[in-house]
Design a protein around this ligand. Structure first.
Ligand code: WT7
Length: 664
């Protein structure tokens, strides 16, 4: 079955940094054949206190039989990231340019920050950190909502060579404690609290619980710096709840400290491979993995992917809805945009507050040109119907981005046709916390799109598909998605555990970085990431992906969301077990089940017909919106031994799904 191709609109292509597939292919080839020249040329756009040693620009080992895995870019070079992101832009005459528009949870609450002001605030806070005894290599944990002090805190760390570890401010005190302990953090930065939609979160109290837990395990935090965010909202209720508990020896208010701090701070020059940040991501064994990124390679990769994948031009207004607690917020809210001198929107709230059209009204308000969000957000907004989108002018949009999971055809088409008015390119960006930046993605002015395909590798990236025995699959086929060599922005280790790094990513297939995802290459060479390997299904010898089936199910007009897992089957090996969330006014009945089974039979094949279709008023999701298929597999199997559910946004979903489980 040939899918329809969607071509970049000619106006976009004319202006694009990469304007054709020929240009893309030339650049990609050069990035692979001459990585030193390719990235060396790009590195010239930045300031280096000392240059890289030419014949040590790039070295690595991906072969465990030859010794430990290592990745090094630009050895010998030294620089400071905040200097490149801020001072450089101010010096080049962009001091008065807006770096960030900030939009609060409450639509009446908004502000902005120029590059000059951002530099000043960063320096002042860097001086505050210094006054708390923070210096090169110290760890600083940041547990904050999406307010401007968050990027300021991150940048202040880079100013003085401290290593930040941002923990999403939706994690529990246990998770926060675990991360404080593992990183051995010296300082914690937070706020008194935050309103998220209509929900009030008292972050300082959570921090107090977490630090008490860390203390029990022998770790003493030296300082806690608290932004008076709720207090600032001159709202009597907020004032009342913001009477946070206080430890006079440890806790200080951000604004008190900033008052006397100098607005300049000489940058500390860091070596290319010095750590920049640690970001924890979930691991299959339960203990979070502290993914470590370093300085020079991350900078040039974040900058280059941002420029080409969003086709950013001066004057554009870019908005990424991700929280800085995730890698997307690191690379594509802070580092990538600022490295390009971009103007971005930072949004504190949720898509549903005060109304379900908040995203569309923000795009309209700031005249957003690039909008980057997640399929789960798109699907949840589709449920409210088209009128809410049509109410707003979205005419400034040029590029739409998607990240986090495979995007199903229905969501892709809705995004493309309704949000993008059939004229915007969609960048379906495949990457991971570990990859640091996009690795498989279309380029908006060049790549003809197929809905649901992340298309082709970014510059410097060499993907392969491997079969079960590690043999390279040439041409069409489906297998394990791996990378043959490092690009500048990839992770260097797991903090404090290089052995786990090697075991997790390099043991399965020697010589390759293993993503843990499966992918398919079609006859045109397009890559389709099919989901985590553990989401692969083998029904009667047919290899298929849960994403593939989900996409078909979600096309049904009564279905809001679908999640598919495998269940063991005596004859077929595995069968499909599907969880269906119907649209708001739709009922889940026998007729719907029959229709869905038929649809899958028709679209994929008789072997793919689901055995079970279960009603799921809601799905178990992490706070970042990722569906926890591991738990769905347990429910499908009738196994009540679910394990840790603390990462779920709503833990009550599990009980509900067990209750609705049909007798099978
Ligand atoms: C996993 C990484 C990268 C930032 C957000 C998630 C899945 C991500 C796509 C995409 C298909 C995708 C993969 C990957 N994923 N983007 N465009 N198409 N799958 O970061 O939490 O490290 O998750 O997300 O399964 O391995 P993360």
């Amino acid at each position: 079955m040939a899918e329809k191709m969607y071509y970049p609109n000619s106006e976009l292509a004319r202006e694009a940094h990469c304007a054709s597939m020929e240009q893309y292919k030339r650049m990609h080839e050069k990035s692979i054949k001459e990585p030193v020249q390719f990235w060396g040329e790009i590195a010239k756009q930045f300031y280096w206190e000392t240059p890289a040693i030419e014949d040590k620009f790039f070295s690595y080992n991906f072969d465990l039989s030859k010794g430990d895995i290592f990745i090094k870019w630009m050895e010998g070079a030294s620089t400071n990231i905040s200097f490149n992101l801020l001072d450089k832009n101010v010096k080049s005459g962009n001091g008065d340019k807006i770096a960030f528009y900030w939009e609060g949870n409450d639509p009446e609450d908004y502000s902005r920050l120029t590059y000059r002001k951002l530099l000043e605030e960063t320096c002042r806070f860097a001086n505050v950190l210094k006054s708390k005894g923070v210096s090169v290599g110290d760890k600083v944990v940041i547990y904050m909502p999406m307010i401007l002090e968050l990027p300021i805190a991150m940048l202040a760390c880079t100013r003085i060579g401290a290593i930040h570890s941002v923990v999403f401010a939706g994690y529990s005190s246990d998770s926060l404690a675990e991360r404080i302990l593992d990183s051995k953090a010296k300082v914690l930065i937070t706020t008194d609290g935050v309103w998220r939609g209509e929900k009030l979160l008292l972050l300082k109290n959570i921090c107090d619980e977490a630090t008490a837990k860390a203390k029990k395990h022998g770790h003493q935090l030296e300082s806690c710096i608290v932004v008076a965010h709720l207090r600032r909202l001159n709202n009597p209720q907020a004032m009342d709840v913001a009477n946070v508990s206080w430890d006079d020896d440890r806790d200080v208010w951000w604004h008190d400290e900033m008052e006397d701090a100098e607005a300049s701070c000489y940058p500390v020059w860091m070596a290319a491979e010095d750590p920049l940040f640690i970001l924890y991501t979930s691991g299959s064994t339960g203990k979070p993995k502290g993914v470590l990124h370093t300085t020079a390679g991350y900078l040039i990769y974040a900058a280059t992917t941002f420029k080409y994948v969003f086709d950013y031009h001066s004057g554009d207004i870019y908005w990424c809805t991700a929280d800085c607690g995730w890698i997307t917020g690191h690379t594509y809210v802070v580092y990538g945009p600022l490295a390009n001198g971009a103007t971005s929107v930072i949004f504190e709230g949720t898509p549903f507050y005060p109304e379900n059209d908040r995203y569309w009204s923000i795009i309209d308000k700031y005249k957003v040109t690039q909008f980057y969000t997640a399929p789960t957000a798109i699907r949840s907004l589709m449920k409210f119907g088209d009128e809410l989108v049509k109410k707003h002018s979205l005419s400034t949009l040029k590029v739409l981005g998607s990240v986090g999971e495979p995007i199903n055809t229905e969501a892709w088409l809705w995004f493309y046709n309704l949000v993008g008015h059939s004229k915007c390119s969609i960048a379906d960006t495949f990457w991971q916390t570990e990859t640091g930046g996009h690795v498989i993605t279309p380029l908006p002015g060049a790549t003809p799109m197929k809905p649901g395909s992340a298309t082709f590798p970014f510059f410097g990236v060499l993907p392969e598909l491997l079969d079960e025995d590690g043999r390279v699959i040439e041409g069409e086929g489906e297998g394990y998605l791996v990378f043959r060599r490092p690009w500048p922005g990839m992770m260097r280790t797991l903090y404090g555990n290089h052995q786990r790094f090697q075991n997790t990513y390099f043991d399965r297939f020697n010589g390759f970085y293993c993503t843990g995802d499966g992918a398919r290459r079609d006859a045109d060479g397009y890559l389709w990431v099919t989901g985590r390997i553990d989401d692969m299904l083998n029904v009667s010898g047919h290899l298929m992906s849960t994403a593939e089936v989900e996409s078909v199910l979600a096309e049904h007009s009564s279905v809001a969301e679908a999640a598919v897992v495998s269940k063991s089957h005596p004859v077929k090996g595995q069968c499909l077990y599907c969880f269906i969330t119907p649209n708001a006014e739709m009922t889940f009945d026998e007729k719907l089940q029959v229709e869905l089974k038929k649809k899958v039979r028709e679209r994929i094949g008789p072997f793919a017909q689901p055995d079970v279709i279960q009603h799921a008023p809601a799905l178990p999701k992490t706070r970042s919106g990722k569906i926890m298929r591991r738990m769905l597999r347990k429910i499908a199997a009738g196994d009540r031994n679910i394990g840790d559910t603390s990462t779920l946004a709503d833990e009550t979903v599990i009980q509900l799904l067990f209750e609705l489980r049909p007798c099978v």
